[in-house]
Ligand binder design. Structure first.
Ligand SMILES: [Zn+2]
Length: 330
């Protein structure tokens, strides 16, 4: 294609970046044929973010990054590169800046994880309180910014729809919308990273329920935040536990953590979504979320003792590679 006049511009690109695109295409089709994804669509200059990937060693030195065919570009580096760099993704964000994410690789020594059962925690994830730990330590309320950000996004979205197609003002409104999305995402990730790091620092094993599908009383506004947040939170806990030799125990989603009395084990079928606290027939008084967290802890300890904890086994495996991300903007 580089030889054809209409696609001669391809030779202006870095050959590695082009090959990476072909590999991405193969993966897209494999995902389609194996029924994991839809039929691949062409990238669009209007719709998609500008991004490209360099699959091999990328040079970063003295506050600069080497971009093939472009040269050394000044960056604002958020943290030191740790280990050997593998690939790099360059992408332009809504703010108009280019960001580089680097993947680095290094070996982790094979150390068995030993867990002190006093340092295991059960965690109930919810809408009102995002995290309720079983040891009664401070609960983390769901952040207030999600509602505000969602309202802002809706307003920006409406502004875009009111603008005339193809107009400059529509472009401007679109940019404001993209920025609102980005701000919401940054706030959410900042919140989740601080929370997951704190938990991994404090405990040696963390027990959570499998992705939350217990028909929570959801308002439309709360939904988008928590749905995205819970999946991301779980992902962060998974890799942070692995990096820090902690165990993450995932409890079956059908385990009746909320409805079971932690003192006598009876199931309360009358419990409704609105009940924040309840009394068991055995006389025990329960805070809904704390009771759930304690049940999750007990079930997690049982699984750990039985050696059935999925995560615990995985973390002990040999020579895990660790990908560390670095973002830099120019
Ligand atoms: Zn009871």
């Amino acid at each position: 294609m580089k030889g054809k006049p209409e696609t001669a511009w391809l030779s202006e690109c870095d050959s590695q970046a082009l090959q990476q695109v072909l590999r991405d295409l193969v993966r897209a089709f494999t995902n389609f044929f194996e029924r994991r994804a839809r039929y691949p669509r062409f990238k669009s200059k209007k719709r998609d973010r500008a991004r490209f990937r360099i699959p091999q060693r990328v040079k970063v030195a003295d506050g600069k990054v080497y971009v093939p065919k472009v040269g050394w570009v000044r960056i604002r580096q958020s943290r030191e590169v740790d280990g050997a760099t593998k690939s790099a993704t360059f992408a332009r964000e809504a703010d108009g800046h280019w960001y580089v994410s680097l993947v680095t690789e290094f070996e982790m020594p094979d150390v068995a994880i030993v867990i002190d059962s006093a340092k295991v925690v059960g965690i109930d994830l919810g809408l009102k309180d995002f995290v309720v730990p079983s040891d009664g330590s401070k609960t983390t309320p769901a952040p207030k910014f999600s509602r505000k950000a969602t309202a802002k996004i809706r307003r920006a979205q409406k502004a875009v729809s009111r603008r005339k197609l193809g107009s400059k003002r529509r472009d401007k409104a679109k940019k404001r919308l993209a920025l609102a999305h980005r701000k919401a995402r940054d706030q959410r990730n900042d919140f989740l990273h601080k929370l997951s790091t704190d938990l991994v620092d404090r405990y040696e094993a963390i027990c959570i329920e499998d992705l939350n599908v217990k028909g929570l009383a959801r308002t439309k506004l709360a939904r988008s935040f928590t749905d995205a947040a819970m999946g991301e939170f779980r992902r962060q806990l998974e890799y942070k536990c692995e990096w820090n030799r902690r165990a993450l125990v995932v409890i079956d989603r059908f385990f009746p953590s909320t409805r079971m009395c932690r003192r006598c084990g009876a199931i309360n079928d009358r419990l409704t979504l609105e009940d924040r606290a309840w009394d068991c027939d055995c006389g025990a008084h329960h805070d809904r979320d704390l009771n759930a967290a304690c049940n999750i802890l007990d079930e997690g300890l049982r699984l750990l003792a039985a050696g059935q904890a999925r995560q615990a086994k995985r973390s002990g495996s040999r020579c895990k590679t660790r990908a560390s991300e670095l973002s830099a903007s120019n």
